[in-house]
Design a protein around this ligand. Structure first.
Ligand code: NDP
Length: 258
């Protein structure tokens, strides 16, 4: 008999920042494993988010698209309430929405700092809090925060981003400690460099400079593709991971192994 521990049949997932990149790939991956998926992104990205919805529906599960800007803290609970009404429950949150600003620490402005920390850490926390309420009420839930390899190590020219992603690792442990008793696990995935529209737009180096950097820092020797993060998300979302909580699962092509 096939092992059923990885099946997400009948589960309901919400993915933030799912219009493109890693969020879109994870939404499609959850759907292929049987989950119904609520797709969300900022109002300005809804057309693209509906493309993700179409990818999800192509897997034969239910989907819908919701405007959700994680900077708008007061809107988060109402959107999650709508999702619970529309889908009947919420089992899995993929806390994916995030931004990056690359510049030397000496040039970082207060606005850079606030935008990065407010999106990557504050918004992520309030999405987790709002999702945890119905999960705790039903006694089962999976919160998966998208961190980074920079949740574990540092680098140059990314001080607010690295602070936010280290914060994601710490917050993951804190929430895991509080909510395990209610059947809600909280874990993080730490992707390494992954080819997404946002990542490519923030990188103004030549292909030769990029490859030299990857040869030096990343044993895999290439950037990852978003779908290469799907297995990690499916594991953490599945019944197979019942006892895994507070974990940072690095999927970084070996970046942090060096
Ligand atoms: P993309 O920029 O390609 O996609 C992110 C999506 O999130 C976009 O649709 C973006 O909209 C949306 N978003 C941004 N701000 C908000 C907000 N306030 N509320 C809701 N949605 C928002 O990024 P990636 O797919 O590369 O990144 C996804 C996650 O993975 C991020 O948390 C990132 O830090 C993390 N990550 C990515 C890595 C990589 O190499 N790609 C490596 C390590 C971690 P808009 O386009 O309008 O900004």
């Amino acid at each position: 008999m096939p092992y059923s521990g990885f099946s997400l049949d009948g589960k309901v997932a919400l993915v933030t920042g799912a219009a493109r990149g890693i969020g879109a790939a994870l939404a499609a991956g959850l759907a292929e494993a049987g989950a119904n998926v609520a797709v969300s992104d900022m109002t300005t990205r809804l057309e693209l988010a509906r493309d993700t919805q179409s990818r999800v529906e192509a897997a034969g599960v239910k989907s819908a698209t919701y405007p959700l800007d994680v900077l708008d803290i007061n809107s988060i609970s109402p959107v999650i309430g709508r999702i619970v009404d529309d889908f009947g429950k919420l089992d899995i949150l993929i806390n994916n929405a995030g931004i990056r600003i690359r510049k030397p620490a000496l040039e970082v402005t207060e606005a850079d700092w606030d935008a990065t920390l407010d999106t990557n850490l504050k918004g992520l926390f309030f999405c987790a809090q709002a999702a945890a309420r119905p999960m705790i009420a039903q006694g089962w839930g999976r919160i998966i925060n998208i961190g980074s390899q920079f949740s574990a190590v540092g680098s140059v020219d990314r001080a607010p981003y690295i602070a936010s992603k280290h914060g994601v690792a710490g917050l993951t442990r804190a929430l895991a400690a509080e909510w395990a008793q209610f059947g809600v696990t909280v874990n993080a995935i730490g992707p390494g460099p992954t080819e997404t529209p946002g990542m490519l737009a923030a990188d103004d180096r030549t292909p030769e400079q990029v490859q030299a950097d990857l040869d030096y820092r990343m044993p895999l020797g290439r950037r990852m593709q978003p779908h290469e993060l799907t297995g990690a998300a499916l594991y953490l979302a599945s019944p197979a991971a019942n006892a895994t909580t507070g974990h940072l699962l690095l999927v970084d092509g070996g970046w942090t192994a060096l």
